[in-house]
Ligand binder design. Structure first.
Ligand code: AQP
Length: 341
């Protein structure tokens, strides 16, 4: 009898590695979600994605230990609730993988004081937390470089606010490769098509931030529907009463961006929809679509956060995967720099 040949199995092409993280400095905002996490979810089928909760970064500003612990667990549950699928992506808690701190030290020794001094986030955050300008705040970009380079990352989806740090990561990687031979993949910034910068509702010239002292400035993705609608009703706009996207109309531009991100409508369509209507109607409509959009996430979160056993299983498994993958890079680094193994 003739033997049947097994069908030639095509070797699956390696997917590009994507890395991005989120700090557990409070509940994820609509800005974090529309600007980052929603895109991360969409990338999971086409890329090899790694998405940690970067708890070590959050220590650069003062944290209350009890609150931080609960924020880390909530942030992890929220990532899953938004649709990060642990079967498709590696998701974990940064401090569970000690290679991040170790590589950060190594890279810190080839990062210059001058280049760190130029980071605008360091300048901004030192001004904001003048009583706590710690060394970690200064070396934050080195830890971020370590996070990214450990996984031989190809692409880093970042908001505009993080572009300078990514440039530094690239410089550090190139310098290290030139000095010790090819060790790290040099990552590229990835600006998703649907990316958007969401601004504060209370001051639309500032980005929406989860650590904003004014709770009316941000929407968290766990805010109940009535809170969301109330915050949108209070959003700072202008006195023109025209829903038009135009320079100088920061508040309305921001609300139109949010409405467009959630409904998929273009600015022209939104303009037509609200032609002749006042800001009251528009703000209510934005509040309602956002509340509807976030409802399934809130429901997923309630279910997931009640299942501590499942969460623990997922973050332990994620940490094991991340530890294994990052150890390959760490071994290479140790060999190159001359440590005895
Ligand atoms: N307002 C925003 N619009 C669009 N994207 C945003 N991101 C943050 N704010 C906006 C993106 O979210 C990802 C995770 O951010 P992070 O938590 O690591 O740090 P962050 O940028 O400092 O976010 P926050 O909310 O402003 O935190 P705090 O208040 O702690 O400083 C990143 O990809 C970021 O670009």
């Amino acid at each position: 009898m003739q033997e049947t040949q097994p069908a030639a199995t095509a070797v699956p092409a390696k997917k590009p590695v994507v890395f991005s993280g989120i700090q557990p400095t409070g509940t994820m905002t609509l800005g974090n979600y529309l600007g980052a996490v929603r895109n991360w979810v969409q990338m999971q089928d086409d890329y090899d994605c790694i998405y940690p909760i970067v708890d070590m970064h959050s220590l650069t500003i003062r944290q209350e230990p009890k609150v931080l612990r609960s924020n880390i667990l909530n942030a992890f549950a929220l990532l899953l609730a938004c649709g990060i699928d642990p079967q498709k992506s590696v998701t974990f808690i940064q401090s569970h993988v000690d290679n991040h701190a170790v590589l950060s030290w190594v890279l810190g020794c080839s990062t210059q004081f001058g280049e760190l001094s130029r980071m605008t986030q360091f300048k901004d955050k030192s001004a904001k937390h003048a009583d706590n300008i710690n060394a970690g705040l200064f070396t934050y970009p080195v830890l971020m470089a370590a996070d990214i380079l450990l996984y031989q990352t190809d692409l880093v989806p970042v908001g505009v606010d993080q572009k300078q740090h990514l440039e530094l990561t690239r410089d550090v990687a190139i310098r290290f490769n030139n000095l010790y031979g090819n060790t790290f993949k040099v990552p590229e910034a990835y600006i998703p098509k649907a990316g958007a910068k969401i601004m504060s509702l209370a001051d639309p010239t500032k980005k929406m931030s989860k650590s904003d002292e004014n709770p009316n400035g941000f929407i968290t993705i766990l805010d109940p529907a009535d809170t969301i609608i109330r915050k949108f009703k209070r959003a700072v706009t202008d006195s023109e009463a025209q829903v038009v996207y135009r320079e100088g109309k920061d508040g309305i531009n921001n609300l139109m961006t949010i409405y467009s991100c959630v409904t998929g409508k273009t600015m022209e369509e939104i303009q037509r929809e609200f032609d002749g209507k006042g800001y009251g109607d528009f703000k209510l409509a934005v509040g309602e679509v956002v509340a509807d959009h976030l409802k399934p996430i809130r429901e997923n979160f309630a279910r997931l956060s009640a299942d501590k056993g499942y969460l623990e299983e997922v973050y332990r498994r994620g940490a094991q995967q991340a530890q294994q993958r990052s150890s390959r890079t760490m071994e290479k680094v140790f060999r190159k720099i001359g440590f005895v193994r």
